[in-house]
Design a protein. Sequence first.
Length: 443
Amino acid sequence: MRIIIVGAGAVGSYLAERLSAEGQDVVVIEDDEHRAAQLQETIDALVLTGNGASTPMLEAAGVEKADLLIAVSNSDGANVLACFTGSELGAKTTIARIEDPEIREGADRLGVDVVIDPSATAAEELTALVGSGGASELIHFADGKLVMVGGIVTPNAPITGDSLKELRKRRAEWGWVVAALVRDGRTIVAHGDTVVRPGDHALIMTTDDQVGEAQRMVGLQRKRLDRAIITGGTRLAELTADMLANAGMSVVIVDEDQGRCTRLAAHHSSALIICGDPTDPDVLAELDLGPKDVVMALTGWDEVNVLSSLVAKAYGAGMVVSRFNRIAYVGLLSGVGIDAAISSRLLAASAILRFVRQGAVEQVATFSDTDAEAIEIEVQEGSVAADKSLLELALPVGVIIGGISRNGTTFVPDGSTVIRVGDHIIFFSLLRDIDESSAMFTA
């Protein structure tokens, strides 16, 4: 695909790196010369310096041949204008990052085919994580009826010790499947002979009514959380505070900027606003943190989020969640007292990759510590997979089918399950096997 990305910030640069590594024909337009030069050194793609909404710049990027134009700069208006101009010049599909609700309304009349709002998506995921009371990931597929649960396997967890094949023999009820393990930075797609170890980051597919059982198998104890302490006055922090307050939780927001605190107090009357440094132990100590508290570090600075999270954990917070921008931090976060991490750039990438994958793909999920993907795809008539059992299908080694949605019923399949036309398949795949496996389900 010819893909033009306007804006090389956190989201744009991550997408450019990932898509160019896949061999896509990527062109990036960035108006900051220093940022453009930095990106050009790290990716095998053309990086142009200039205004991504201007006709000459888009023409230089080859917009008339573009399958996809992705505008993810920090300016909503610039993103809409880039899509409008790109659409007029021949771009087939346009995607814009828009956070302002007033600009978002009516964007479809201005050449924007798809709108993404990473902060709103991240706030929804954070709210779901708090509701789960212990999982590090909770990703919904098939209209929420199938769920991928992530968590760090604890010592003596029921899932450890024996191979998955032996474990399955001993259990009469089997409503979940281990899709993959991330171990020492390496992704292992799980099969019958796989043995789960403590410390593994396990990704498990299950039905919505079996989430608690999946968490129990990896040793996660569901926590009852009554109060949320949110550090930072970012838009993500505000959206999350409102969602948690609406869910009945007590909310505290901590920010060190006096002006922001005044504005937060005016707009979030149900929350307690504390003006102080979220990394200062004295500030968090005054909150008397306990096992029913979740601390969510949602400032715009990774270092501040990590430090305030560690301080909160040391003071006894029941659950700690940290926002991050730099992917390199992810490997350091697990195992140091941070229960879950959230990344707006990964969530934005997940939303956009659906359109890169094309075909019958309904949803794509990316993960913080692996470049593998979980994909929901509809089985088409005439496809290789139609009317074959999983054993007959001979999927690539780096692929596992975790769930199927069929005529309103969802289930975790086994080797004898026969795939039907119209099924929604959720499969987990290493990057190298995505194209081959996706092709099996499409005509």
